[in-house]
Design a protein around this ligand. Structure first.
Ligand code: SF4
Length: 260
């Protein structure tokens, strides 16, 4: 692909989620709902008013989501959540119709993908990128072999919130990019820069793009622990200057989004 994908849109067809692994402990969806005193519990999954956003048009007929955008999909839930099974086929249909956009979702439920795919998926829609999230070695060892077995045209691995040193070197074949970062929030768990650097090394050796997306709120570097304010977490990671860019880069480096 040669298009400039360095612009983005958000599409959250449903909201709410249920925790599934250690990386969910301080889930940002729960945190943000609590911050805004949401009336509905975060564990209640409901379709949003933006469900059909990709097909909505402006008065002049143009799509509300302009062509050639990376569409961050389902970032206030998990796209493969069982509660969303009745709604997902319509989302696949919208993605297929909007082949001019790149839809990108992260999931901690990659073990559900095979049973959630649409009948015409074949070896993957060319305009869908799937990010498999792993937060520790146990989840990497469980989820990444499953991910490797799945027909997906564009694959990424999200190591976040990075809770320990993680070795994914055996699972990098077919991966377009790896992104890593620490945990946000007042209760954030530690992320160590040495873990980030070793993950980068694994990617460089495998010829896979790597991006240090954010430090998280509690970050250790050279043995010293830093509390980093939310507004600096992305810029501090960027300042480290360790991104390893190869070819197209789907995720803009200047976008602040929370991890799934
Ligand atoms: S949104 Fe993501 S982090 Fe939050 S509970 Fe769901 S899977 Fe876990």
């Amino acid at each position: 692909m040669t298009e400039n994908w360095n612009i983005y849109a958000d599409w959250n067809p449903w909201h709410g989620c249920t925790r599934i692994s250690e990386g969910c402990r301080h889930c940002y969806v729960y945190r943000q709902d609590a911050m805004y005193s949401a009336a509905v519990p975060s564990s209640t999954v409901r379709r949003t008013a933006a469900f059909d956003l990709p097909l909505r048009r402006r008065r002049d007929g143009r799509y509300r989501i302009a062509p050639h955008k990376v569409v961050f999909t389902c970032f206030t839930s998990d796209f493969l959540l069982p509660q969303a099974d009745p709604w997902r086929p319509e989302c696949w249909r919208m993605m297929r119709l909007r082949s001019d956009c790149m839809f990108y979702f992260f999931t901690k439920r990659i073990d559900r993908l095979a049973s959630c795919l649409p009948p015409d998926w074949a070896d993957g829609y060319p305009n869908v990128m799937v990010g498999c999230t792993v937060e520790n070695q146990a989840m990497a060892d469980y989820r990444l072999p499953i991910f490797a077995s799945l027909p997906v045209r564009h694959k990424s691995v999200i190591v976040a919130p990075m809770l320990e040193h993680v070795d994914i070197s055996a699972h990098l074949a077919g991966i377009e990019e790896v992104a890593a970062g620490g945990e946000s929030g007042t209760q954030a768990r530690l992320c160590d820069y040495d873990w980030i650097l070793d993950l980068r090394r694994q990617c460089v050796e495998a010829g896979v793009a790597f991006r240090f997306h954010q430090t998280g709120a509690l970050f250790r570097k050279d043995g010293r622990i830093y509390r980093i304010r939310r507004r600096h977490q992305l810029s501090q990671a960027h300042k480290a200057g360790i991104d390893h860019m190869i070819g197209d880069y789907y995720v803009p480096t200047n976008v602040k989004f929370d991890w799934d």
